[in-house]
Design a binder for this molecule. Structure first.
Ligand code: DAH
Length: 475
């Protein structure tokens, strides 16, 4: 049923009075640390390497000891049929190269596939075009190798944003990287003329080692664009409503969006995602919107749900920056976008306690998710988890030590046998000014028991590699 202009304006005024204005906006520049790693050779020598390190306000070159640089005989990487010439930015590790192309989200009896299908069903059943066909096109096989332009520039990520640091992402070279988020495909897909799409895929970030962080995880991106007619289809005389204006930007809207445009988009976005959360977590789930910052949307929010007594962030979303749409050739439209982490949702929905399990090929794990109907309630039953072995280690670190370099060595050498690496002591010696770090390193196999001597060997190899590559000194 169409709304009259008067009703429409009253609704808008009511919504605006509920919204906070300037000053409330939360700027979180380093939101890359969350639930959000090569045909490359295993390092052979400690290598003096120049890193272009960017920080929020400054950009500086510094020299760093790093040895994952290919030795002289390895100059290129072959990934999914393409060859990439390595250079000083290359930091991808063999362990990460092994994981590319596994497409877990496409495997039939995999929890990531189950949850993806559940979300897709929600969109297909609730959003149809005028021919009654599903409105959202799905892309689940786009290569994770993207250009820095796709991952950052097309999304208006500022040149010195910390997410561009080499310590945050996996670079093939100075022009190509493994996507750090599925948002990297937004601009290209909009350029093809699509108005509504979902992108599913593996994303890669250098990160800590624990039960909820893994250097590869999976995301789903959603984008919906509207023409003026579509956005105001519920208004009787849509031609009288202002769509674009040359106004000012404030916390609730962009300069080119009329107030009505921004609020209609917000309402549509929030309704779509609230219903999605209800579809996944049930009608009674408690939710809250938290203001957020993303370079490619404004305003932006995170949706949190109350889960077992705690607020859990489930997705990021917002109104697409008009500048992004203009660059992608869709300037006459406006739109919203969202991105969610599939592991994070699946761990809660199916009670999966450790993110490493998603990589298990054990039928005891996979068979539990072998259901045809994605809405079937599945609760994971743990099998044979062995008691962990903990080894503590403390060492002096050189200047420019990056935690993520250490975590990559742990993952590369220890693989999935390392359950977590937890920093428990960090101090600077008052006389020598040397910095010491101490970690609890927990080893545990998901499927079989480990012997202490097996653990000791792996631990020794990790530490030898860290000494060789990073120049640490065990205390
Ligand atoms: N790409 C963001 C991330 O990985 C998530 C995200 C936030 C995606 C807002 C979006 C969005 O499309 O509008 O943290």
């Amino acid at each position: 049923m169409k709304m009259s202009m008067a009703q429409f304006s009253t609704n808008m005024a009511a919504s605006m009075s509920r919204l906070p204005f300037d000053g409330y906006f939360l700027y979180r520049l380093t939101r890359w640390k969350r639930i959000s790693q090569s045909a490359l050779c295993i390092p052979t020598c400690v290598y003096e390497r120049q890193f272009l390190q960017t920080s929020q306000n400054s950009q500086h070159l510094f020299t760093k000891k790093f040895s994952t640089k290919p030795s002289s005989e390895v100059k290129s990487l072959d990934i999914l049929g393409n060859t990439y010439i390595t250079d000083l930015s290359t930091n991808i590790t063999p362990k990460i190269l092994e994981m590319i192309g596994k497409n877990l989200h496409c495997k039939h009896n995999h929890p990531l596939n189950l949850i993806s299908r559940r979300i897709e069903n929600y969109f297909n059943n609730n959003f149809r075009n005028s021919w009654r066909a599903p409105m959202f096109s799905k892309f689940d096989r786009i290569s994770p190798v993207v250009t820095l332009t796709q991952n950052f520039d097309s999304l208006l990520v500022p040149p010195h944003h910390p997410s561009r640091d080499l310590s945050e992402s996996y670079y093939l070279n100075s022009t190509h990287m493994l996507r750090a988020h599925t948002s990297a495909h937004q601009s290209d897909l909009i350029k093809t003329g699509l108005d509504a799409f979902l992108v599913l895929g593996d994303v890669y970030r250098r990160d800590t080692v624990d039960a909820s962080h893994y250097p590869v995880f999976h995301q789903m991106e959603g984008v919906r664009l509207f023409s003026k007619q579509e956005l105001f289809s519920h208004v009787e005389d849509a031609s009288k409503v202002t769509f674009f204006e040359e106004g000012t930007r404030n916390s609730t809207k962009q300069e080119r969006h009329a107030v009505e445009t921004s609020l209609s988009l917000e309402q549509d976005l929030k309704k779509t995602l609230r219903n999605l959360a209800n579809h996944l977590f049930g009608e009674d789930v408690e939710m809250q919107w938290v203001d957020a910052y993303f370079p490619f949307t404004h305003p932006s929010w995170e949706l949190e749900i109350k889960y077992q007594g705690e607020w859990l962030e489930v997705l990021g979303c917002g109104i697409i920056e008009q500048e992004l749409l203009t660059a992608a050739g869709a300037d006459s439209k406006v739109g919203w976008a969202f991105g969610l982490g599939l592991e994070r949702l699946a761990m809660r929905l199916y009670s999966i306690p450790d993110i490493r399990l998603f990589w298990s090929e054990d039928s005891k794990f996979l068979n539990q998710f072998n259901v045809d109907e994605p809405d079937t309630k599945v609760t994971f039953k743990p099998f044979s988890k062995q008691s962990p072995c903990i080894n503590d280690v403390s060492f002096w670190v050189p200047e420019n030590f990056s935690e993520n370099d250490f975590y990559d060595i742990v993952r590369n050498v220890g693989g999935d046998l390392v359950e977590s690496v937890e920093l428990f002591d960090d101090f600077v010696h008052p006389k020598t000014q040397r910095r010491s770090k101490a970690y609890h390193m927990t080893y545990c196999h998901m499927e079989r028991s480990l012997t202490q001597s097996e653990v000791n060997d792996i631990h020794k190899n990790i530490m030898e590699e860290a000494i060789r590559q990073l120049g640490i000194q065990v205390r």
